[in-house]
Design a protein around this ligand. Structure first.
Ligand SMILES: [Fe+2]
Length: 263
């Protein structure tokens, strides 16, 4: 498996807190079947976290340590870029890293409110030849209210990354429900761990892989955990299935059931 979303580099963002923790994360990822991780530390335009060239230095050091510990895990560089009207500019200035220097950029939106410039920025990225991969939309409250926003993202040329933990219920029932709805409507293209540490939110994908395989078949699981992520890091095109809109009636009934705590 290839993990396209992980905060594994030490002391960079809210992910790993030390080299020791990063090594432990790498070891468990490897033990649970991951062969490659793209490091996607947060990129905010507030200087809150380490960005730019320092990430390359950190990556080099981490690779050396992995070799010392005989952990055969490939680590590549990327970012999880927070939505901003300046995003196209940051890419041009090479302040933010696409996934393994490809045309694919992992894009994060706020959890509670979608910025009104979102679709405009997605359009600008498209004009630059960048393909946004929307990080974990199942976690956003406005997607829970209107899951077909994900259909609109895809319609505008974006791909969708789901968190493995969401499928397992790690972020609550509602997120799990949306994650399953998106999977069942051809609206997921990549599943990543979004691993943040060793003690919690580990960078492991084995259980989520098994769940997808069990529910939707091995071919779909392979596509989401291996084939599409490989095409990302090789900068190749990804052919997607036509997304299917989620019926309003279904979402309405589910919302009412949730309010009444039935079903
Ligand atoms: Fe993340």
């Amino acid at each position: 498996m290839i993990d396209c979303h992980c905060h594994i580099l030490p002391n960079i963002d809210d992910g790993s807190n030390s080299m020791e923790e990063s090594i432990k994360m790498a070891k468990i990822a490897k033990d649970k079947g991951t062969k490659t991780i793209i490091s996607t530390s947060h990129f905010y335009d507030t200087n809150m976290f380490v960005t730019g060239k320092k990430l390359e230095e950190s990556l080099e050091l981490f690779r050396e340590k992995l070799e010392e510990h005989n952990i055969d895990l490939e680590i590549l560089l990327g970012n999880e870029a927070y939505m901003s009207p300046e995003l196209p500019k940051y890419i041009e200035e090479r302040k933010v890293y696409t996934l393994n220097n490809s045309k694919y950029l992992l894009v994060e939106l706020p959890l509670l409110e979608m910025p009104m410039y979102t679709f405009e920025v997605l359009y600008e990225l498209k004009l630059m030849g960048i393909i946004p991969i929307m990080a974990h939309p199942e976690r956003y409250t406005y997607v829970m209210d209107n899951p077909n926003l994900v259909y609109d993202f895809i319609d505008k040329g974006a791909l969708i990354q789901l968190n493995g933990g969401s499928i397992r219920g790690r972020f609550g029932d509602e997120t799990q429900r949306i994650a399953n709805d998106l999977l069942n409507h051809n609206m997921v293209h990549i599943i990543g761990s979004d691993g943040h540490g060793y003690n919690s939110r580990r960078p492991v994908l084995d259980k989520s892989y098994s769940l997808v395989k069990e529910k939707l078949g091995k071919d779909y699981a392979e596509e989401l955990f291996s084939i599409n992520p490989k095409r990302v890091l090789e900068n190749k095109n990804i052919t997607i299935k036509d997304p299917i809109k989620i019926e309003e009636k279904t979402t309405f009934i589910k919302k009412i059931s949730k309010l009444l705590k039935i079903g």
